[in-house]
Ligand binder design. Structure first.
Ligand SMILES: [Zn+2]
Length: 67
């Protein structure tokens, strides 16, 4: 993951996990991404469930996006 990715909506720099969860939940082929706050808005769930999902995928070790 490169580090010069920014949220499509609010332009904050994205962490690798922000990009990974977007790829996982929205589209594997997108090249523009949202930060957790904006993705939480889009999915109408807020960022907290997303942070839990990231923790879950990291812990499970099954998803190639989270390594
Ligand atoms: Zn954003």
């Amino acid at each position: 993951m490169d580090n010069d990715r920014f949220c499509l909506t609010c332009k904050v720099p994205l962490a690798a996990d922000d990009v990974a969860i977007y790829l996982k939940l929205v589209s594997r082929t997108d090249r523009k991404f949202l930060c957790l706050d904006c993705l939480g808005d889009k999915l109408k769930c807020g960022r907290e469930p997303l942070e839990k999902l990231i923790a879950y995928y990291r812990q499970s070790g099954n998803c190639s996006l989270f390594r």
